[in-house]
Design a protein around this ligand. Sequence first.
Ligand SMILES: Cc1ncc(COP(=O)(O)O)c(C=O)c1O
Length: 407
Amino acid sequence: MWPRQSFDVPGAGPGPVPSTVHVVSEVMKPGNSQTTSVVEQTPSGSAEFFDPDRHGDEDTAPGVIDFAVNVRPGPPEFLVSALRDRIADLGRYPSAADLTAATSAVARLHGRDRSEVLLLGGAAEGFELLAKLAPKHVALVQPSFTEPERVLRAAGARISQVILTDPWSLADVHVPDDADMVVVGNPTNPTSVLHTRAHIDSLRRPGRTVVIDEAFADLTLDPVTGAHEPQSLAGERSDDLIVVRSITKTFALAGLRAGYLLASPAIIARLSTGRRHWPLGTLALVALAVCAGDEGQAYARAQSEAVAAHRAYLSTRLAECGWPPAADAAASYVLIRVPNALQVKERLRHRGIGVRSCANFVGLGPDHLRIAVRSPELTDVLVGALQDVMAENAPPFTRQSRESEAT
Ligand SMILES: Cc1ncc(COP(=O)(O)O)c(C=O)c1O
């Protein structure tokens, strides 16, 4: 059992407030299997932000300018029209023809056999299904998306937190030798770091399954060659790899719930056993076929180019405020370190802007925010609001105080 520190935070709010707030920072040092626990300061009135079940969607609301959720603007018209065309079919159960069309499109896209594809009700379902492999010891490369921990812990797996530190590279990672499953995000949420295929490869061992969460991979580009998805392992045929993918981000289908995973036929068979009939609805199947098809992939590539350009603009403007991205970003969001980030977030919210607190990511804390990449026009609105927040609160929000804090 990994150590947890518990704190009662009286008067925390607003919103649903857990009676006990768990703040955990567990550091696994390279070459050292020992862990050390670090207790971080808990600002008052912020308990909800530490809740492990909290997601970015709680940091936004209708009418708020959304820099909190990583879903791209959309969905695109060709997709909406394909879905609209099938509304009349919703009186029937999802058909074998739609299942085959979606599975074939995904298999073709990644150069895989249909027997290596499992369609999901969102990437999140993929993590839930991992419990069927009955892993004994799961190593989670952190900080990362919080769902794998939640569902695998609920399934009774032993969990080790392998916490990377700034700049969150896998270069010196030490994973416990007996971990029979490792879960890693690529690119990682919320750091936006894209690991190399070689680094992911270094996690492999006999008897171990490596699960790669590629929910945002279709938004990545090689900065030099411009190649799409430069580090993806989706096309890699191997008995020990599971690649989890989503179509909810790039295609703005978060409410539809659709994704897929790629693995060996033997793993797919184990994950499918006992699964309910009709796990995906007709519209989710149609969406998967369209997104994995030519038009969908041309759109994904165009989105990745827009993200790269808009991320560069966002990074420059944030740097002007003294808060450059904390790591080289490859996805549709950047991580920044801001003193008093929860207060900054709250003041931005008063100005109608939502950003994602990273207080509940293992290995991060209340001093990090995740900012979604948006158009330059919206970025200007964000930066203007940030500058207002800084101006009205010289210390402790300014760059100068940030630098002096670091010393
Ligand atoms: C890194 C990562 N993986 C997976 C998911 C889940 O994606 P889906 O909407 O396909 O379930 C998310 C959602 O936020 C995510 O951030």
